[in-house]
Design a protein around this ligand. Structure first.
Ligand code: NDP
Length: 327
């Protein structure tokens, strides 16, 4: 049988953590033949550490055959030791009266420390996924704080936007979501993200021809996908957690195990593709193979799409500027 791999998860006692850990431990992320050791990080506060103990008791009580070990930590230098995968879920939520700049600064502190810890103690091949918001900028900060690790090992979660977009399109066309392929989501995990179905196919035929309604695209589809998180808070009284955890599983699963040519969206440090400046942590359509992702090349960007891409890029550059002095 395979040697266990180490999976670190931060914010492990939070909502998303609760929807995530059991699926990692059951093999849904890395395969039903891959044992895992969970290295869980929570803030030192007694309440969080106690909640983490409770989650660990439940993990034990599942008796998952693939769960080869569980550790609880309050120090990233221990939680990230030799880790092969790191899911950075914990982040500072916006408190009452907190300005956007305060939020960025509070998170910059967390993700600088975590980037440094990964740099010092993680596996040199660690695959890092940032879920905690602002996810792209937090991932950028962690990457910049880990100069000894390959920059391409740092990614941000755009997969929830991708899955939301696929589901809206399937709904509009009255087909199962699995029939939708070649979707792209560009940019920031925020309402400015640009979900782009110009290349998408439904059972091998262009989605664009099947929908053929630019008004629906601009005024229904994009706002629905962009504001989906807020709609779920409104309906549920709590933020989306299971769907966010599911997207994290999808992202890591596909990165580790390959997409067989299928397009998925990942937030990755730009290599300059599509005019996005190097290192900007940007959502791109990618395919993956052998643990590596490659950006889908050669897509034509029309004027409407360029406008949307410019807007989400400007937002990301604004976030990066706001934390520049902290790096
Ligand atoms: P959640 O588990 O609901 O959310 C965690 C993070 O994921 C938030 O930043 C949240 O952003 C983000 N997120 C990304 N996508 C989504 C989405 N689609 N829907 C909802 N959230 C999304 O938060 P909890 O407060 O329940 O738990 C967070 C835990 O993290 C706490 O237990 C806290 O103690 C811990 N924490 C740990 C840290 C550490 O390990 N060093 C540092 C800071 C916190 P948004 O805020 O925009 O909803």
């Amino acid at each position: 049988s395979k040697k266990p791999v180490r999976v670190a998860v931060t914010g492990a006692a939070g909502q998303i953590g609760y929807a995530l850990l059991f699926r990692i431990a059951s093999g849904e992320m890395l395969g039903k033949d891959q044992p895992v050791i969970l290295q869980l990080l929570e803030i030192p506060a007694e309440k969080a550490q106690n909640a983490l103990k409770g989650v660990i008791m439940e993990l034990e009580d599942c008796a998952f055959p693939l769960l080869a070990g569980i550790e609880a930590h309050s120090d990233p230098m221990q939680a990230f030791k030799d880790t092969d995968y790191a899911l950075l879920v914990g982040a500072r939520p916006r408190g009452p009266g907190m300005e956007r700049a305060d939020l960025l600064a509070a998170n910059a502190q967390i993700f600088t420390a975590q980037g440094k810890a990964l740099n010092a103690v993680a596996s040199r091949n660690v695959k890092v996924l940032v879920v905690g918001n602002p996810a792209n900028t937090n991932a950028y900060i962690a990457m910049k704080s880990a100069p000894d690790l390959p920059r391409e090992n740092f990614t941000a979660m755009l997969r929830l936007d991708h899955n939301r977009a696929a589901s809206q399109i399937a709904h509009k066309l009255g087909v199962p979501v699995g029939d939708i392929e070649k979707l792209a989501v560009w940019g920031n995990h925020s309402p400015t993200m640009y979900a782009d179905y110009r290349f998408a196919q439904v059972n091998g035929k262009p989605v664009k021809d099947a929908i053929n309604d630019q008004d629906w695209n601009a005024n229904v589809f994009l706002p629905t996908v962009g504001k989906r998180g807020a709609a779920i808070i409104e309906a549920r009284g709590l933020s989306s957690a299971a769907s966010a955890a599911n997207a994290a599983i999808d992202h890591m699963h596909d990165w580790a195990l390959g997409t067989n040519g299928k397009w998925v969206t990942m937030g990755i440090p730009s290599n300059g593709d599509y005019g996005i400046p190097k290192d900007v942590m940007f959502g791109f359509p990618v395919t993956t193979e052998g643990g590596k992702y490659s950006v889908v090349q050669g897509l034509e960007i029309d004027a409407f799409s360029q406008g949307r891409i410019d807007k989400t890029l400007a937002e990301l550059q604004g976030e990066a500027d706001a934390v520049k002095h902290l790096l």
